[in-house]
Design a protein around this ligand. Structure first.
Ligand code: SF4
Length: 584
């Protein structure tokens, strides 16, 4: 009884330890409350009552050890049981989707009707005179499901459809210009580990793939990886990992702090970390939020059709359709208010997937007054030992893919749309003119590949299982460098942007939506884009890109009000004088 009891919180990778004296039941020290699980907090409270103390310690020690065991088996454990969400079937209604798509088949041949819908889409994305919906937060409503279904049913293989498809694409481009201007936000994916217990039939990282090399970045490798990305000019990363007890959520949180601390001259640190990681519980979302370094949480539903979901996700935690669908509700509940959704095109009928994305977006908008911050539209590409990636069950041809991008842009004008290097350079160039507002650049999807030479030299310290080299998650189609992409964007009249200001100015969630839906994000984004481009040109650009970029900055600076021009010039001059990370 005289021995101080050791307290351990297992909720951090490096265990927090604290001790207290049982005779006085003094508060444990150095034990951050936010890192405590439910069992530990229960223990923390009752420990003061000495009469029942021994029994509590015995019971809670067992609970804590049980919790630890669960944490080792599961990537994320829910410690808050009292949240109530809609049922998945209230959010995604496959019968309604089927009915709307069926009913609109004939309507899609009615050209005047299609033109009416396009006019409506254009009108609703107008900056002035937009009718507000019943909900005062709906500044720009986009299209409803029935209208979107009509556009989706335009037959791209009928030569007679070409003029109306051209009109659809022109409408999408106009809407994009109205809301986003000519900016294209650039980022890079950063894979931390490729261990995974799931069984997604389209992914090389799935647990059943026995001949892939499994690896996780060590801390030194992670630092080298981030330094390599910084030297390419990147300021915004999408951090990813698979779901496996060999790379836990606690390790992931540690990695975020490591990334945040890496700094290379001249431009400095990564300024926005978006994450694409397995579904989390509300309690773990709170821990993610507490890092204070995460912008958008992204998770793809992959397929919104609950009738086939299990076929592509036969086992593992991800096989639970409803739990995955409610992930964004849990994120919002925990205060992560910028969320990114997506569907993997090629698994089922693309029209149904777009309708599923729209139902999900409408649910988030209605419930949390913040629709998805981004929508991603990955299309299946071949992947090692992944049967449904090698032979996609419902392949989407290029014409339909262009159309679905344009339909999404018309239907959800306020949401950023992301395109990855899964698509070819040519296709990416085309889709920028139909609605895409963000794209990855210079991407690698195998662990450690941004600093590969160093990683090979460090072979003894690399956590690679199985002796094989790690492989990429899927085949990339666009292998251009960051500088090439920036040079081409500038040549095509786009404004490349590394801006991360909104997140750091608390313009997130509903606050961001209010600005986006009233078409005002340009007021901030345009000058901020020019500032980040100026940094890139000075610090990292090739001589050709620098010349073209300077001309672009000069031209684009003149498109804003005189007051704004003066303020921008002051900041541009400071950047040229060596200051960094300036924004409005
Ligand atoms: S898609 Fe994600 S969850 Fe599925 S096997 Fe690949 S890494 Fe694992």
């Amino acid at each position: 009884m005289n021995r101080p009891l050791q307290w351990r919180s297992f909720s951090n990778h490096a265990f927090h330890e604290a001790s207290f004296d049982i005779r006085t039941a003094a508060q444990p020290t150095a034990l951050p409350y936010s890192s405590l699980g439910h069992a530990e907090t229960t223990m923390y409270t009752v420990a003061r009552t000495s009469a029942i103390f021994r029994a509590q310690v015995t019971r809670t020690a067992a609970t804590t050890s049980h919790l630890r065991a669960r944490r080792h088996r599961m990537w994320s454990v829910e410690l808050e049981k009292d949240h109530k969400f809609k049922s998945p079937s209230e959010i995604i209604d496959p019968a309604m989707i089927d009915r709307l798509l069926e009913e609109s088949k004939e309507k899609a041949k009615d050209r005047p009707l299609v033109r009416e819908i396009l006019a409506k889409a254009r009108e609703r994305a107008q900056l002035r005179g937009v009718p507000r919906g019943e909900d005062e937060h709906e500044y720009v409503q986009g299209l409803d499901l029935a209208d979107a279904a009509v556009l989706l049913n335009i037959d791209t293989q009928d030569p007679a459809s070409k003029p109306i498809l051209d009109e659809l694409q022109a409408t999408a481009l106009d809407i994009k210009r109205q809301i986003y201007g000519n900016r294209i936000v650039l980022f890079a994916p950063l894979y931390l580990a490729n261990y995974c217990v799931n069984s997604c039939t389209y992914c090389a990282f799935r647990g059943q793939n026995k001949h892939i090399g499994r690896s996780a970045l060590t801390k030194d490798q992670l630092v080298a990886e981030v330094e390599a990305l910084q030297k390419l000019g990147h300021r915004r990363l999408l951090v990813l990992t698979g779901e496996h007890p060999k790379y836990t959520f606690d390790q992931f949180l540690d990695a975020l702090h490591t990334i945040k601390g890496v700094e290379t001259k001249p431009c400095g640190k990564i300024r926005r970390l978006n994450v694409e990681i397995p579904a989390l519980s509300v309690s773990d979302f709170r821990r993610l939020k507490a890092t204070d370094c995460v912008g958008t949480y992204t998770l793809f539903q992959e397929t919104y059709d609950p009738r086939v979901y299990k076929r592509y996700h036969p086992s593992g935690p991800k096989s639970d359709y409803g739990h995955r669908l409610l992930t964004m509700d849990r994120a919002q509940t925990a205060g992560i208010d910028d969320v990114g959704i997506g569907a993997l095109f090629g698994l089922t009928d693309y029209k149904s997937e777009v309708m599923g994305l729209l139902q999900h977006a409408h649910h988030l908008d209605k419930t949390y007054h913040a629709g998805p911050h981004t929508i991603s539209i990955p299309r299946l590409q071949p992947a090692d030992s992944a049967p449904d990636a090698i032979a996609p069950p419902s392949p989407v041809n290029d014409d339909d893919f262009r159309k679905l991008v344009a339909v999404l842009r018309c239907a959800v004008p306020y949401t950023g749309m992301i395109l990855s290097t899964r698509e070819s350079a040519d296709m990416r160039r085309e889709l920028l003119n139909m609605g895409i507002s963000q794209m990855s650049a210079g991407s690698k999807t195998d662990v450690g590949s941004y600093h590969k030479e160093k990683m090979q030299a460090d072979e003894n310290h690399t956590q690679v299982d199985g002796g094989a080299k790690s492989l990429e998650q899927f085949q990339l189609q666009d292998h251009r460098s960051v500088d090439e992409i920036i040079g081409e964007l500038i040549g095509d009249g786009f404004l490349p942007s590394f801006c991360t200001a909104c997140y750091r100015k608390n313009r997130t969630g509903e606050a961001f939506m209010k600005i986006a839906k009233t078409g005002k994000i340009q007021d901030f984004c345009h000058p901020n884009s020019l500032l980040t481009l100026q940094e890139y040109l000075i610090d990292y650009a090739s001589p050709e890109t620098r010349v073209a970029g300077e001309q672009l900055i000069d031209k684009e600076s003149k498109t804003i009000s005189e007051n704004a021009q003066r303020a921008l010039k002051r900041k541009l001059d400071k950047v040229k004088a060596g200051e960094r990370d300036l924004f409005f």
